[in-house]
Design a protein around this ligand. Structure first.
Ligand SMILES: *[C@@H]1O[C@H](CO)[C@@H](O)[C@H](O)[C@H]1NC(C)=O
Ligand SMILES: *[C@@H]1O[C@H](CO)[C@@H](O)[C@H](O)[C@H]1NC(C)=O
Length: 798
């Protein structure tokens, strides 16, 4: 984001870096396929047996001291050869005469003193810098290197005609290592005109700058100087050197690396360059020495667009801060970067300033920076990353008088938001605010610029996004990654939200209605949260639907279950719970349905198959059998003459004679029937009693007819009486036809009671059921009873 706000600075990079990339491009082509990396392998010789197809061979940082034809001749496809940081002392370029494709040759940082030449016309990158050459190692064959882009050289002395063979080449980058260069007394050396876009000169790191060479360069776009040590006395040497190089030049970029300088000289160099055709000035690794005093600076018309100073070390301990900062704060340029310095402050410009872009990353600025400063009227971007800011309220206050401010980056500070949030003031136009890596809490949402579009709050201490926050209707991108949030926010007050970054929080059940609330969401990054793989989560992923991979950034890899334990580490996409177990209403409905179906089935069985009847019959049968087994046989045999007495209504006699009697007699059951066995001369009642007394069981055939018959009731009465007297279970009730309960006259309470107990056998209408019915009847007589003869009985009666 900040880079986008730095168009001018970017322009510089394009010019200077493109030139380098041309060389680098060769370096990386096809590397993966035929790359042999033998860097740092303690080699003293080029090893035998390299793959003949090798294209890229890296043998840098070894102890190789020589290179011969047999070492490389069979590598016919070799395009890149890195031999930097070895111990090669001399080289005959004809060793490469069989390597027709060689484009990149790095021999820097060896001990080369001598080369013998041979034209390698394919060469694009040749680095011979940082060697022990005396004169520039250029031979006339170099003039054929028409493809050459990069040339690195080193020398201890320069001569006018040294560069002649390469003067006509159109180089991109010329690196000249002059570390061992020594000055001849009062003798200004000259180098002839050459064509290069970038000229990089490296001087001795520890000697005062003393190069007196007069180099003229055509088409120079970038000048880089490395290792410049200046004091007040030799400051002019550099200025003179620069003035000759810049003379007649078009606009250019100047970069100074490793500059050790007095404050007075530094200001002098700036003052010298101010009216010159320089657009971008970069200083990397600046050390200020001796003293810092107030220096006059005339801010004349300048073409300078950007000044960038990175990494300042100050070896002056007592000085006026104002003297130091005023030079920078009053600069009439658009872009200023001062980063990685021990600066504790920056002054507010005295008059309306031209600054549009200020980058003060990694200094030690405090909350007092730019307080009540109303001259930064054009400032659009302010970066105060990695400083000592503490109070968010004050940061807001600082921006109050910056009417053009759109982008503010105060990340990596120690900002807190716990006071007076309600009255926060912000520049009206801020659209991008970077508050990441601070110690802000939930209350930050009450102290934000009202028109904010992009808000970065990652790596803070936010636990919730409060419901009651100011309306942030313009907010489109919100980054709250690496906080302690437990849920996704609703978009009630964030109506324009389209990008949400909320990974690495504590979200276990993201609320499913997020997507209803946040209609405009285009992208959400919510991975690496401790998801609880439960039903709620299922709702959430379901709401995503097929959009998962488009909307959810990092899907599916960074979305994993954290709980329950059995699912830990399972990707969310593989987590499935059934619809049923997640929906209580559905669950109840399903159980209800099952119960209903069962009930219907049971009812069906009862109605159409008469299951209860079967059950009842079966239970009677088992009971009868049990009782029969329990009754001692001898006791029964004493008095009995018949197995059964049958009592029935005249109206049912057809059934009794055709069905019941034949069936029983088939089983050898002796039956006492009144028309057959009643003794003449005795009263009916006597006969009945007699019959019942002499029978093992009494069978009553119940039907509405039975109820109407008075005699039948007598019979039942006696039989029941016997039941109570003897305690034996002698009654078998057969319900031939259903008897409506209320049709039984109330005086026959015995019958009523028996009917109520429902201990009767029902005569089934369906033929299929008759078998079981008879089996039940038979079970009641399942015994071997030896009966006394009728004669004995007559005797007994007497
Ligand atoms: C905010 O700053 C941090 C760290 O300084 C950086 O990584 C991040 O990309 C910035 N955010 C935006 C939206 O530019
Ligand atoms: C090279 O030699 C050093 C010192 O003898 C040793 O520590 C290192 O492991 C060696 N490296 C390789 C790649 O053999």
């Amino acid at each position: 984001m900040t880079k986008d706000k730095e168009p001018v600075v970017r322009g510089f990079h394009v010019v200077c870096i493109m030139a380098i990339i041309v060389g680098a491009a060769i370096q990386f082509s096809d590397e993966s396929e035929y790359l042999v990396n033998m860097s740092k392998a303690n080699l003293t010789h080029v090893p035998k047996g390299l793959p003949p197809k090798t294209k890229v061979l890296d043998m840098s940082q070894n102890y190789i001291s020589e290179l011969q034809i047999p070492d490389v001749r069979f590598l016919s496809g070799l395009t890149v050869l890195r031999l930097s940081h070895n111990r090669i002392r001399q080289l005959d370029f004809s060793v490469f005469k069989f390597n027709q494709d060689l484009e990149y040759l790095d021999l820097s940082h060896n001990q080369l003193r001598k080369i013998s030449c041979h034209p390698i016309v394919s060469l694009k990158h040749l680095d011979l810098s940082f060697n022990d050459f005396d004169a520039l190692p250029i031979c006339k064959e170099f003039s054929n290197f028409t493809q050459l882009n990069f040339l690195g050289l080193s020398a201890t002395k320069l001569q006018l005609l040294d560069l002649l063979p390469v003067a006509h080449l159109h180089l991109n980058y010329l690196l000249l290592d002059l570390r061992s260069y020594y000055v001849k007394e009062h003798d200004t050396e000259r180098l002839q005109i050459l064509n290069t876009k970038i000229l990089h000169l490296v001087f001795h790191p520890n000697s005062l700058f003393s190069v007196q060479v007069n180099i003229s360069v055509n088409t120079l776009g970038c000048l880089q100087l490395t290792n410049i040590k200046l004091n007040d006395e030799n400051c002019q040497v550099l200025i003179k050197f620069l003035s000759k190089l810049i003379r007649g030049s078009t606009l250019m970029n100047i970069t100074l690396n490793h500059l050790e300088v007095t404050w007075k000289c530094l200001v002098g160099v700036f003052q010298f360059l101010w009216p010159k055709p320089v657009e971008y000035l970069n200083v990397y690794k600046l050390t200020i020495v001796e003293s810092i005093d107030e220096e006059d600076f005339t801010y004349s018309q300048t073409t300078l667009k950007a000044l960038k100073i990175e990494h300042i070390r100050n070896r002056v301990y007592l000085f006026s801060q104002t003297a130091l900062y005023t030079v920078f704060s009053e600069m009439n340029i658009m872009t200023l970067t001062i980063s990685d310095t021990p600066f504790i402050h920056m002054l507010c410009p005295q008059s309306p300033s031209t600054f549009k872009f200020l980058n003060f990353t990694q200094n030690v600025f405090t909350d007092s920076i730019f307080q009540n400063c109303s001259t930064l009227v054009k400032l659009e971007t302010l970066i105060l990353q990695k400083n000592g800011l503490k109070d968010l309220f004050k940061v807001g206050l600082m921006t109050k008088d910056m009417p053009s401010l759109e982008t503010l980056d105060v990340s990596l500070n120690s900002l807190k938001s716990d006071q007076h949030e309600e009255n926060c003031t912000w520049a009206e136009n801020i659209v991008m605010l970077n508050l990441s890596s601070n110690i802000l809490t939930d209350s930050v949402f009450r102290c934000l610029p009202p028109r904010i579009k992009v808000l970065d709050l990652h790596k803070n201490k936010i636990k919730t996004i409060p419901k009651r926050i100011m309306k942030l209707e313009a907010l489109q991108e919100l980054n709250v990654a690496f906080n302690s949030l437990t849920d996704l926010p609703g978009c009630g007050t964030l109506s324009s939200l389209s990008v949400l970054i909320i990974d690495h929080n504590s979200i276990s059940h993201p609320s499913a209605n997020f997507f209803q609330s946040c209609q405009k969401i285009r992208s959400i990054k919510a991975g690496n949260n401790p998801f609880q793989c439960t039903c709620e989560l299922r709702e959430f992923t379901k709401n995503l639907g097929p959009l998962s991979s488009e909307v959810l950034e990092g899907w599916p890899d960074s979305y994993k279950c954290d709980y329950p334990e059995s699912y830990k580490g399972t990707p969310l996409k593989d987590f499935h719970v059934s619809q049923l177990s997640c929906n209580p209403a559905l669950l109840i409905a399903t159980i209800g349905t099952i119960v209903l179906v069962l009930a219907v089935t049971v009812t069906f069985l009862c109605i159409y198959l008469d299951v209860p009847w079967y059950l009842r019959m079966a239970s009677q049968w088992t009971q009868t059998r049990r009782r029969a087994r329990n009754t001692p046989l001898e006791e029964l045999q004493r008095t009995l003459q018949f197995h059964a007495f049958i009592s029935y209504s005249e109206h049912d006699s057809a059934w009794v004679k055709n069905e019941l009697v034949p069936c029983l007699e088939k089983e050898d059951v002796q039956i006492c029937l009144h028309e057959r066995n009643f003794v003449p001369g005795k009263s009916i009642v006597e006969n009945i009693i007699n019959c019942i007394e002499k029978s093992y069981k009494s069978i009553f055939v119940l039907s509405p007819n039975f109820v109407q018959s008075e005699w039948c009731h007598y019979e039942l009465y006696f039989a029941h009486h016997k039941l109570f007297c003897e305690g034996s279970d002698n009654l078998i009730l057969i319900l031939l036809e259903p008897i409506p309960h209320n049709s039984i006259p109330s005086k026959y309470h015995k019958l009523r009671a028996l009917m109520k107990q429902r201990t009767y056998l029902e005569w089934p209408k369906e033929k299929g059921k008759h078998g079981l019915f008879w089996a039940n009847i038979r079970a009641a007589f399942n015994m071997k009873l030896a009966l006394v003869t009728e004669n004995d009985d007559v005797e007994n009666l007497k």
